[in-house]
Design a protein around this ligand. Sequence first.
Ligand code: TMP
Length: 215
Amino acid sequence: MTGYFISFEGGEGSGKTTQIKKLVAWLAAHRLAERTLVTREPGGTASAEAVRDLLVKGAADRWLPATEAMLMSASRHEHVENVLRPALSTGKIILCDRYNDSTRIYQGVVGGVSHDAIEALNRLACGDLEPDLTILLDMDVETGLDRANHRNTAENRFESKGTAFHQRVRSGFLDLAADAPTRFAVVDAGRDPETIHKDIVDLVETRLKAAQVLT
Ligand code: TMP
């Protein structure tokens, strides 16, 4: 059985969690519940979740960008080896809330860690494991931040980095998507959740059929 790896990327409050839930329900309706694995980064294993806590809580300037990149990569390596690779080898469809493109953008393009250093870390953390499809949920930064700030959570370290930081995240992701148009699909996340879901289903159905995961 062939596995299929889908990552979701986007800014704060772009609706990744909502869209992943809707896609899970759609896959279940197509008798693919057993084959679906939902996971996230940073996190996805007990030890990687412990590292996540260090990264997403506390003061915005708690870590230097290169330290952040190393911590993100440390948690990713645990996730790749213990969860993602075993799941793909048993034919799972993985829906992963963020993956190494987030490090490319947040710590690399915006944080200022060099491209070469980020790619070296990604190689160490992931080897050759890249997603088959990356869905970029793109939307207005202020609306997304407003949405994220209304959540009652201590996980607000990145939100507190401010609007200019997140504008750079948005344009960084769009540039990355333009550079890898086969892997990326950019979805306008500023619309109502059901419309966005329909677009995602069209996309995923086409890709899963092409990969012969769905018949
Ligand atoms: P989340 O709120 O989407 O779960 O993501 C947690 C935060 O971590 C989010 O603000 C983006 C950030 N992040 C990075 O900066 N680099 C990374 O590699 C990952 C996976 C997330």
